[in-house]
Design a protein around this ligand. Sequence first.
Ligand SMILES: Cc1ncc(COP(=O)(O)O)c(C=O)c1O
Length: 385
Amino acid sequence: MQSALRLKGLRESFIREMTRLALKHNAINLSQGYPDFDPPPELLDAAHRALDSGLNQYGITWGNPQLRQALSAKMKRLYGLDFDPERHITVTCGVTEAISVALMSLLSPGDEVVIIEPFHEGYLPEVLFAGGTPRFVALEGPDYRLEPDKLRAAFNDKTRAIILNTPHNPTGRVFTREELGEVAALCQRFDVVAITDEIYEHIVYEGLEHVPLATLPGMAERTITIGGFGKTFAVTGWRLGYACAPDALSGLFRTVHDFATICAPVPLQAACVAALELPPSYYEQLRHDYTERRRKMMGILEELGLSAHQPEGAYYALADFGSWGFEGDDFAFARMLPERFGVAVVPGSSFYATPGLGKNTVRFAFAKKLTTLDAAAERLRSGRR
Ligand SMILES: Cc1ncc(COP(=O)(O)O)c(C=O)c1O
């Protein structure tokens, strides 16, 4: 069957392939970034209540009003950002839908979108589906800093948007105000819209601070701020995210969202109101638990001679497997691990579009119970001896 032109060069997600390999070899799945523990009971109770109380039909396209109200209050409280729930906030089917819709609402043929590599695997297809042309800026190990000259070189008169993900998957970087300032200056100079992916906003370590790009001077009017519920509340299967944008951008966004999905899952939106009512202690515990998981993961990697930049945020470690003397690239390594060691990871180069980058690395996801990480360590240890 002949494919649509926009599918040329694309293939299925490597992460889904690795998850299938994990199932085949009964491996511990450290490839896909989802928690293997339950969401808070308050959310589950609220979801049951919503299903039982008849919230089972289409809802308002823009999202549950209480949820938009709660998101507006949160954006004000945490970041000082003003979003009117009636006009500026739209609830989506995950961050994935929000990014796709943002791109579709902005891009015309010939428009370019800056993507920072390594990048979440959805970004490239999302840009191509929306008819845009990607322009890549590579972050390189070991410290994965955003270099101003490289960033500057990616902007030109055709640039329409940049996708900025912080805290960053897969490097674990939390971009500094200085790095964000470079992005902001270029967006303003070239009249570019920033689409931010802040899905890991609450998973930051060591007192580091997540800074939304929209809070930088001159950026509120040209940023679509996107967040999600999946990671913060361990409900990746609920498929809920949101986009906050000023009038002009929000109007475009809502037109596409309406026709793309009609609305996000209605009973689960009601349950997410309960998520936003959780007290500050929930977020403190979240950081504490992820700090423990990170400590465990980094200890395992160090013991196994897999060197990795310690993540500042999110829940992934990109580890260099060079010391293993393995003959083969990251794909061969990632296919070998589940079969021989019973642990699944993701090849690092699958997060890059530039050939050659990421070839010595694989990504470990550590949104897992400590016992799961211990079991993975045991398999890697015993298989290696
Ligand atoms: C950076 C980033 N953005 C987006 C997503 C997907 O978000 P959602 O499940 O809300 O569509 C992920 C999932 O791993 C991610 O890591």
